[in-house]
Design a binder for this molecule. Structure first.
Ligand code: SF4
Length: 508
């Protein structure tokens, strides 16, 4: 599969790809308000950096802070660059705000489902943006409707908002809402999967579910000349940001401060972040951070568990070379997210790396429906063969995953028609066998090619000389090899779509 970085709205129908649900971003000015940090433009740029996590809609809600009567809200369908323009940015003033970019499967692709959501509570306005999918959404939905509360969208994010709008059963709220208690109540009702940014009064809450299934990081915005006291950068902060991925920090002049821990509720004010509490998992198991963030979803310059995604992908390539070596003339990749794995494979084996496919980055950016003849050209619309690099040669072609198996055969044919002598496919992740219920749109089990053909059969079907996947053990070893265990206390990854072992029972 190719990198998700360059996808556009609904250019996916024929693709063999996995989809994210969402990315979230928040910003709050530091020190005295009005904030010197341009909160709205900071959030907009942050969302652009998270565009690969969702391309169907985007939105932002900002506030001056305090118990305001209204938030500034702007949401729309399409890419971040389609949704926001200078007139819309002018009204998005304030000292703090939350933003969201979305790809839908739950709730449909409609304006009413665009986030962040805003709700009036008896303790003021609340804005919320969500990345993930609630494993027990249907039960929660029934519970809320049975309580006589109406719902206006099909989105599970609205369920989160409605639960947070209610005081917990054992609450003793007198002067104002105890938001950490409300969030703890949410966590007791639904264990995973969510990373949230919420805005109320003068505070942004950054929340990660107890299994830490979706990522969330905090960034610090420092003055251009650096902090007054490098040992206490917090004292000089011009602002704070929260993002699904740390790749967004550099683009807004921030740097990674730390990741939000599984189960952690962080309150960010103009004075900086403080931990309200860390909610334990309902039973003693390891966290379940989505391993596919490393394999495919995240931008390679993002950092999870203290390590850069790019380096993990390289290690996956090295591990694949240990497990599935074959002699060949060149190692190459289906651009772009498998490129680090191909480089790792090349590095370990000494087989030179060479590019074999040139990707058209703009192929999805059209709504023109091609004729049947042109539609049949398939991946040729997306990739051009760099035949001078491989004619007469044996190629090891690295891809990051195979989902339905609808494109890999076309790529092999493209290469062989252009003169490749042999094509050996190596996949830098194990076969996908099971659906995901935690925020990734994986096709049904019947549609997954690994449930129809074993790797040898698939190689024959697609016209390749061989096809081998990285093992589950190999993927876990590559992901965990360079985690600094003195800094990351709890390590655990969800591999449910590969193994069928879900971190919690899937509650329909
Ligand atoms: S099932 Fe797969 S895609 Fe879903 S959270 Fe687990 S590892 Fe990620």
């Amino acid at each position: 599969m190719s990198s998700p970085d360059t996808h556009s709205v609904r250019d996916f129908e024929d693709d063999d790809e996995l989809r994210h649900y969402c990315g979230v971003f928040a910003a709050i000015g530091g020190g005295e308000w009005p904030s010197p940090m341009d909160v709205a433009h900071t959030i907009c740029l942050g969302l652009v950096a998270l565009q690969h996590r969702g391309q169907e809609s985007a939105g932002m809600v900002t506030s001056k802070g305090g118990n305001v009567k209204t938030f500034a809200v702007h949401r729309g369908m399409g890419l971040v660059s389609n949704v926001f323009n200078e007139p819309s940015m002018v009204k998005l003033h304030g000292n703090l705000g939350v933003g969201h970019t979305r790809y839908s499967t739950v709730g449909g692709s409609e304006h009413e489902n665009a986030q962040p959501f805003v709700v009036h509570t008896n303790h003021g306005l609340l804005a919320i943006a969500h990345n993930g999918e609630l494993v027990n959404a249907l039960k929660l939905r029934k519970r809320i409707l049975n309580a006589g509360i109406g719902l206006t969208t099909g989105s599970d994010s609205e369920l989160i908002m409605q639960i947070l709008s209610q005081p917990p059963p054992d609450a003793s709220e007198r002067d104002g809402a105890d938001w950490p208690a409300r969030i703890r109540n949410l966590m007791s009702l639904t264990p995973t999967a969510y990373s949230l940014v919420m805005m109320h009064d003068d505070t942004i809450y950054a929340v990660r579910d107890p299994f830490g299934n979706r990522p969330l990081s905090i960034g610090i915005v420092l003055p251009p000349n650096g902090p007054r006291d490098p040992s206490r950068p917090e004292d000089s902060a011009e602002g704070w940001v929260v993002s699904s991925e740390s790749c967004a920090f550099k683009s807004v002049g921030a740097q990674l401060y730390r990741e939000v821990l599984p189960g952690e509720i962080v309150a960010l004010t103009s004075s900086g972040p403080s931990t309200c509490c860390i909610v334990p998992r309902p039973f003693p198991v390891d966290p379940a951070f989505c391993i596919f963030e490393y394999v495919y979803f995240a931008r390679p310059d993002s950092i999870f568990e203290g390590q850069m995604v790019y380096n993990v992908r390289m290690e996956c390539g090295r591990q694949l070379a240990r497990e599935a070596f074959v002699d060949a003339d060149i190692v190459s990749t289906v651009p772009e997210s498998a490129t680090p794995s191909a480089l790792g494979f090349s590095q370990l084996t000494g087989i030179p790396y060479a590019e074999v496919l040139c990707k058209n980055r703009y192929v999805g950016r059209t709504f023109i429906q091609p004729s049947t003849r042109l539609r049949k050209l398939g991946v040729a619309k997306k990739f051009g063969p760099l035949s001078d690099n491989f004619a007469g040669k044996r190629i090891i072609l690295i891809d990051d995953s195979i989902v339905r198996g609808t494109t890999i055969g076309q790529i092999v044919k493209l290469l062989k028609d252009a003169g490749a002598k042999e094509v050996h496919i190596r996949i830098a992740s194990p076969p996908l066998h099971y659906p995901c219920y935690m925020g990734i749109n994986i096709p049904t089990s019947d549609e997954l090619i690994a449930n129809k053909l074993n790797p040898n059969q698939l190689a024959e079907e697609v016209g390749a000389e061989s096809l081998i996947h990285l093992s589950v053990e190999g993927l876990e070893a590559a992901v965990r090899k360079n985690i600094d265990r003195s800094k990351v206390k709890e390590i655990g990854h969800c591999t449910a779509c590969l193994t069928g072992k879900y971190p919690v029972s899937i509650d329909f």
